[in-house]
Design a protein around this ligand. Structure first.
Ligand code: MN
Length: 256
């Protein structure tokens, strides 16, 4: 019995060894993961211009590498000069020679036929990125002041409570989308999420209102630097918020 067991073991070993030997001929090819490129030659945001049309890109008053390490240069360049530019050009093309060409972007939302999926994506994509790039600054990391600070304290308890709730909301977003701070119809501040390129100016959203702050939760907004650690990107986004800009948008929204 013992002999049979040993024989069986040897046969199995030989088989396994043999198959290992055959595998030796198969080279293991490493597939490089996307990563932040070293010595990247960056373009300048000033050189990025929309093709002719009603809407232009919001100017980025700093270079692509200015937000690092919170957002890396390559992500900023691709996001601004490729993705945002494409939404802008597509929107301009869609609105060319329509009456919407002469409207403000907010009024375009009121008129637009959002059952047209392409138009909805490009209009949302343009508006959402315009707000996102407008409220980012390398000199962030401060707090809201004055009227906006009081409103945040009133509607969320404190600035720290607001941060916690905003981050919780962003972390809960499943898949691509956005988290917003909006002024609702009653003038109250609310935090809400939307999917894809939707936003609180569109019909049938959970919370309708005027957005004053937004975080892009699409993977393209953070993946090169953070990979799957979206939570850290959301945390670090708070180092980049231009609260003066957000306050201006708040004042405009409540005085509408
Ligand atoms: Mn984006």
């Amino acid at each position: 019995m013992k002999k049979i067991t040993i024989l069986l073991f040897c046969t199995l070993f030989a088989l396994a060894f043999g198959s290992c030997k055959r595998k030796k001929f198969t080279e293991v090819v490493e597939v490089p993961l996307p990563s932040v490129q070293e010595n990247l030659s960056l373009g300048s945001p000033e050189d990025v211009k929309a093709e002719s049309g009603a809407f232009e890109l919001i100017q980025l008053p700093f270079n692509y590498d200015a937000l690092a390490p919170n957002i890396d240069a390559q992500t900023m360049e691709i996001h601004y000069s490729k993705q945002y530019l494409t939404f802008t050009n597509n929107l301009n093309k869609a609105l060319a020679e329509t009456e919407s060409e002469n409207l403000s972007i907010e009024d375009v939302f009121k008129k637009a036929d959002l059952s047209n999926a392409d138009l909805k994506n490009n209009l949302g994509g343009y508006y959402n990125h315009t707000l996102y790039f407008d409220i980012l600054t390398p000199k962030g990391n401060d707090k809201p002041a004055d009227t906006l600070a009081s409103a945040i304290n009133k509607d969320f308890g404190s600035f720290e409570d607001f941060k916690t709730q905003f981050k919780e909301s962003a972390n809960k977003q499943f898949g691509s989308g956005w988290t917003w701070l909006v002024v609702d119809k009653a003038g109250k501040l609310q935090i809400t999420n939307t999917n894809n390129q939707e936003n609180p100016l569109m019909p049938r959203v959970e919370v309708a209102g005027t957005p004053i702050l937004a975080i892009d939760l699409w993977e393209h907004a953070y993946y090169l630097n953070y990979q799957n650690n979206r939570k850290k990107y959301i945390e670090n986004f708070f180092n980049l918020i231009n609260w003066k800009k957000v306050a201006e948008k708040y004042e405009e929204a409540i005085n509408e």
